[in-house]
Design a binder for this molecule. Structure first.
Ligand SMILES: N=CN[C@@H](CCC(=O)O)C(=O)O
Ligand SMILES: [Zn+2]
Length: 413
């Protein structure tokens, strides 16, 4: 099956030479072709170029993209979309003055979601989660990472990861799974966090690795949750079983988690709302991708990741939604990109690079998605007509996507 997109007003994020990610000043460059064509064969990008150089081909389907843009789909490298129920009650409690921390200390927060999930059957959890997956696909996401971490028992953590596995089997979107058993200390281990960690290390991690239920290992490294020493224990055990670290760090406090992540060659360090100069320095010249989650900052009213300072220091940056029931109940990458431009002062070029190629890298998918490159998956966005791609972040709270294609096929709403 050959599909031809012709008369594309602007083909965005064109990379002839494959790249892994962009950092620092390179993030301001977003290569495009104006008045372009793109050829897709089956699930892959076969060819692209300027309309002026186009020689007619035999295509099964022709899409006239006059006035419209084509981009690679968004790469959302940090989500928790497999969860049960919602927490709008806590949202109202926060409006009425309670803090996220106070709610968590009263058994709300992550433990509240764990209680709900433990009581939910695997089939019901799948049914609830697939709605969110379908929703983010419609919003232009073509690759997503999904974490466990609302189970907090062996059975429920495995249930979450099996649901993620089932989503992988049933949907054309790229999915990577992360084990986040060390997301919060369950109440039954309240006074014995060490025993919980030991149980994760001795029983759960080996099982997940042997059943190939996750590619990555995560820890919520934060004051009141898991210390740097706890984080290192889990990352070490994960590494031993072939799970690569991607961790939650520096959300509320900076305690040295970034350095621990780098020590264990984390693929990404995520959140980073609280960054010290030494944290920025530690990330320089590493292969670890910093990931900002502006939807969480927006929803909780906490600081935004200092993107300007980080990029100006030469670092790369990826953007993700953090879609979860407690701190970011939205999987809308279009909103994340707008918010990054408006609140973090990223340029549209930087934000689009952060939401495509850098996001792909933060999931180990940079060879498959994240740019318009021959041989990559044809996971594409066709926009509504627009004058320039800056219109995408400019129209915050809305989206400009007319159609989404995954593996070369149009996704019907
Ligand atoms: N910070 C830790 N975990 C999630 C939110 C957890 C929750 O409140 O349910 C996050 O990334 O923001
Ligand atoms: Zn998260």
């Amino acid at each position: 099956m050959v599909t031809l997109f012709k008369n594309i007003k602007e083909l965005v994020q064109v990379r002839t030479e494959p790249i892994s990610f962009v950092s620092g000043i390179q993030m301001k460059e977003l290569p495009t072709l104006k008045n372009a064509y793109l050829v897709v064969e089956d699930d892959r990008i076969l060819d692209f170029g300027l309309m002026d150089h186009f020689s007619p081909i035999q295509a099964d389907k022709i899409i006239d993209a006059t006035g419209k843009m084509v981009l690679p789909t968004w790469c959302d490298s940090h989500t928790h979309i497999v969860y049960a129920g919602n927490r709008e009650g806590e949202f109202v409690d926060r409006i009425n003055g309670m803090s996220y921390e106070e709610i968590a200390n009263k058994g709300g927060g992550i433990l509240n979601s764990a209680k709900k999930l433990q009581k939910t059957t695997e089939d019901d959890l799948y049914a609830q989660s697939k709605v969110r997956l379908e929703e983010i696909i419609q919003l232009g996401t073509g690759a997503v990472e999904i974490k466990s971490g609302y189970g907090l028992t062996e059975a429920s953590e495995l249930k979450m990861l099996r649901v993620t596995q089932r989503l992988k089997e049933h949907y054309p979107i790229e999915i990577k799974a992360t084990f986040l058993g060390a997301h919060a200390v369950p109440s039954q281990y309240k006074n014995n966090k060490g025993a919980y960690l030991q149980m994760l290390i001795d029983e759960v991690i080996p099982k997940i690795a042997s059943e190939r239920l996750a590619e990555y290992i995560d820890v919520f490294c934060e004051t009141g949750y898991f210390s740097v020493a706890d984080t290192e224990l889990i990352l070490k055990a994960g590494r031993k079983h072939g799970l690569t670290p991607k961790i939650h760090v520096n959300q509320f406090t900076a305690i040295g988690g970034i350095q621990a992540g780098i020590k264990y060659q984390a693929l990404s360090v995520d959140h980073l709302e609280e960054m010290r100069d030494e944290d920025i320095d530690a990330l320089k010249n590493t292969n670890t991708m910093p990931v900002a989650l502006p939807g969480c900052s927006y929803f909780l009213g906490i600081p935004y990741t200092p993107a300007r300072k980080m990029i100006d220091a030469g670092l790369p940056l990826a953007l993700a939604t953090d879609y979860n029931p407690g701190s970011a109940p939205s999987g809308n990458m279009n909103f994340v990109i707008s918010t990054a431009c408006i609140k973090m002062k990223m340029t549209p070029e930087e934000a689009i690079n952060a939401a495509t190629i850098n996001g792909a890298y933060a999931m180990g998918l940079e060879k498959e998605v994240g740019s318009i490159t021959v041989g990559k998956k044809a996971n594409l966005l066709l926009t509504k007509p627009m004058s320039s791609y800056a219109f995408i972040p400019y129209t915050f709270g809305d989206h400009q996507i007319e159609k989404v294609y995954l593996q070369g096929k149009e996704i019907n709403p």
